[in-house]
Design a protein around this ligand. Structure first.
Ligand code: AMP
Ligand code: MG
Length: 408
């Protein structure tokens, strides 16, 4: 009995909670992009720090306005001014610029477009309400509030908020060490000539390094290991002493030269091996020593699909991220027939685009074999076809999810 995709993903995420006790380090805000907070970040100040003007215009007291809609200007306040000693005569208004502090006794700021200026006198043309165009102290962020919780991925908008608070360094979890190797007698490193007739290039080794670098992991590259049980075991033992996670490609299927799964069974514990998904049915998951292990299938498309769908959330969880946002999925009509057999969830590659009426629709990228790398190159989304679904005809609704940044 194969595990369903959801069961497999759940087992993977469960394993993460038991494995790693994460270490911390403090990094400059400049180096904090895509890192994960190890402690909550508390705001040292209010934002805004003081009541300030949202417009270039005039600060007024409503009591003055009730008496006269034309008032003389007594002073001008600029952004950056200190207004502690500001004397502002009753029956006058203040010229004020965007970002300038608003005195406590001003009720509103009137934008200059709603006034008429005659020399030093301003006539107010529209209704004025208390609080108009005043940005209040702390209305964005309150002093001492938790601004970023623990276990959050630091994005550019979040870092920008921290910069607003004057925070210049953050305590984050250390990045993961991930060991990789490719298995297969047929594999040749890219950059070297293909000498034997049966030789192919080790594209998975390259791809895994790119994907892991994108996820902020430190890659320990053990290269290509031939289909030899002893050499595979040796590589796994080396990897397990250095890495938080070991990822291999190839050798986890049912062929005579598929030794990776057996090596895992001998050296560590196997959690599960097969998933009812396509591509990616053979996927070995387990643990060797303190390192988690993912044995990805060797076909290049299967390697990327299983990495995206299963290893990516595993790495986020293992690296300390607390809330994993679910992929945003939505339904659109397919503009092409889709071949599908019942019994496994399919992650087909497609292109979602607006049609002539501006409505989104999805097209298959063509042949979906797990060796057809072109199915990925032209795609911008996965078409997720449910396990029990059969062939899909043009015009039926299907679930899609756009590729996230990992593949860009
Ligand atoms: P395996 O999972 O070892 O049975 O391999 C399945 C298919 O993927 C075979 O056609 C392999 O030649 C191919 N393959 C395995 N490893 C790699 C790799 N690192 N790069 C490119 N193709 C691979
Ligand atoms: Mg192989």
């Amino acid at each position: 009995m194969l595990l369903t995709f959801d069961q497999a993903k759940q087992k993977i995420l469960q394993a993460c909670t038991t494995v790693k006790s994460l270490e911390h380090e403090t990094v400059s805000l400049n180096d904090a992009l895509d890192r994960i907070t190890a402690v909550p970040i508390i705001s040292p100040i209010n934002v805004p720090r003081f009541d300030n003007s949202a417009m270039d215009g005039y600060a007024v007291r409503l009591a003055d306005i009730e008496k006269s809609r034309t008032l003389p200007v007594s002073k001008t306040v600029y952004a950056g001014d200190d207004i502690d000693d500001l004397n502002w005569a009753i029956g006058s208004c203040l010229r004020i610029m965007t970002g300038a502090p608003v005195p406590n006794d001003a009720d509103a700021v009137v934008m200059q477009e709603h006034t008429q200026v005659k020399g030093q006198h301003i006539t107010f043309l529209k209704d004025i309400k208390a609080g108009d165009n005043i940005r209040r102290i702390g209305e964005d962020i309150k002093k001492d509030a938790i601004t970023v919780a623990k276990g959050q991925l630091l994005s550019i908008p979040t870092l920008s908020t921290l910069a607003t608070l004057g925070i210049h360094q953050v305590c984050v979890y250390k990045t993961l060490n991930v060991a990789i190797f490719s298995t297969g007698n047929e594999l040749t490193p890219i950059g070297q000539p293909l000498t034997d007739n049966g030789a192919i290039y080790d594209s998975n080794g390259f791809t895994l390094k790119q994907l892991l670098t994108k996820l902020n992991c430190q890659v320990i590259d053990l290269g290509i290991i031939p289909d030899d049980p002893n050499q595979i075991k040796q590589a796994l033992m080396t990897a397990s002493t250095q890495a938080d996670l070991i990822i291999t490609s190839g050798g986890v299927s049912v062929g005579d030269a598929d030794y990776t799964k057996t090596a895992l069974e001998e050296l560590g514990q196997i959690n599960f091996w097969k998933i009812a998904m396509k591509p990616g049915k053979p996927f070995a998951f387990g643990q060797i020593g303190k390192a988690l292990f993912c044995g990805l299938p060797g076909n290049p498309v299967s390697t990327v699909v299983t990495f995206y769908q299963l290893v990516q959330p595993l790495i986020s969880a293992l690296a300390g991220q607390q809330t994993l946002s679910a992929d945003l999925t939505f339904k659109v009509k397919t503009a092409t027939d889709l071949k599908k057999s019942v019994g496994r969830i399919d992650f087909q590659r497609g292109r979602v685009e607006p049609n002539d009426q501006g409505e989104l629709e999805v097209k298959s990228t063509g042949q979906q074999g797990s060796h057809i790398t072109q199915s990925f190159n032209k795609a911008n989304c996965f078409i997720i076809l449910e396990q029990e679904r059969g062939n899909v005809s043009k015009g039926e609704y299907v679930t899609v999810t756009l590729f996230n940044d990992l593949l860009k």
